[in-house]
Design a protein around this ligand. Structure first.
Ligand SMILES: Nc1nc2c(c(=O)[nH]1)N[C@H]1C(S)=C(S)[C@@H](COP(=O)(O)O)O[C@H]1N2
Ligand SMILES: [Mo]
Length: 315
């Protein structure tokens, strides 16, 4: 894994943020479906999306918590670092290179694909391996819609994802202390990637995705621990073999490839049986303590993907 790669966008190619955002607002205003109200913050742009059947009844985590309590080590290791240190990150324009075992490898322009694939709002429970959880109204589209465009070959069994490397814009990638190897990489089995619950998110709470949440596009897999949700994706590769993943590389006995939320399989250093709902109640560390559900409550939809597998072994 290379430690440094130059930024992929030349500064001359960068669209001024105001131009991009006004274009975005225009699209939101004209697209069919429900246009969500803007919050009034200067940098947030409304995103058009239609509500989907995929939602949970749980109380939403306040936007303030969703956007200030984050894991994104490229901007620092503390939960408050991503919101504090991601102001210089430039998520536009954005291209994703999709290749590997596919019939039609291509570089996808994000702004273009967002006008071509219908955007949906999905309210998902999210569970971090560190035992906090949130309920987030994402905006995005099924990963399968993007995979269909590149036509995976019969030999493709896995999908590998890569986060951008931009030390000049990501202080966590340029400091003396480097907590992880860059780029941050993740992966899914192809059937997991194609599952209708698996989305690429480009927004939350009706607005363009904030930098700290993985702008401009990140993976969301609600039945898995949060570290599978790789942020600021620039590369997607279809492979035959299970791809390396950042947290498994850094601690294979603590973090597995599957990372399905499982209250019966403890992390070696802590229990996974319960979780803290951020923004609710006022427990010792903040958050209401609730029981963690198998597959994070999505067992009816996804347990079949793992029929016959020993989930204690494939954690
Ligand atoms: N590139 C990258 N993606 C990442 C991480 C990271 O450090 N770098 N952290 C992961 C972890 S551990 C979690 S819990 C989620 C948090 O997503 P959120 O901040 O939007 O809630 O992002 C995941 N994606
Ligand atoms: Mo996490």
């Amino acid at each position: 894994m290379s430690l440094y790669r130059p930024p992929r966008t030349q500064s001359s190619e960068i669209t001024p943020r105001e131009v991009y955002l006004s274009r975005r607002s225009f699209m939101a205003g004209t697209a069919a479906g429900l246009a969500f109200a803007a919050s009034g913050t200067a940098l947030a742009a409304p995103l058009a999306a239609t509500p989907s059947a995929y939602k949970v009844a749980d109380k939403l985590t306040p936007k303030q918590d969703v956007t200030t309590y984050n894991n994104f080590y490229e901007f620092g290791v503390n939960k408050s670092d991503p919101a504090a240190n991601s102001g210089d990150f430039k998520p536009t324009p954005w291209a994703i290179e999709v290749g590997g075992l596919v019939a039609k490898p291509q570089v996808i322009d994000l702004e273009k694909i967002m006008t071509e694939i219908p955007m949906e709002e999905r309210v998902y429970r999210m569970r971090c391996v560190e035992t906090w959880s949130m309920v987030i109204p994402w905006i995005g589209f099924p990963l399968s819609a993007l995979l269909d465009r590149v036509e995976p070959l019969g030999s493709a069994k896995y999908v590998a994802f890569e986060t951008v490397v931009r030390p000049a814009e990501m202080p966590g990638q340029s400091g003396f202390f480097q907590p992880l190897n860059w780029p941050y990489v993740e992966g899914l089995r192809l059937d997991e990637a194609r599952h209708p619950l698996t989305i690429l998110a480009t927004g939350l709470y009706g607005e363009t995705l904030p930098n700290q949440n993985g702008a401009p596009i990140r993976l969301v897999v609600p039945w898995k621990y949060g570290f599978k949700g790789v942020k600021s994706i620039v590369k997607i590769t279809l492979t035959e073999k299970e791809p390396p993943t950042t947290w498994k590389n850094s601690g294979p006995s603590e973090y597995g490839f599957y990372a399905n939320v499982n209250p019966a399989v403890d992390h070696p250093r802590w229990s996974q049986a319960t979780e803290r709902r951020i923004g609710e109640g006022d427990g010792l560390f903040g958050g209401r303590r609730v029981d963690t559900l198998p597959f994070n409550g999505y067992a009816d939809e996804v347990a079949g993907l793992y029929a016959g597998m020993d989930l204690k072994k494939f954690y």
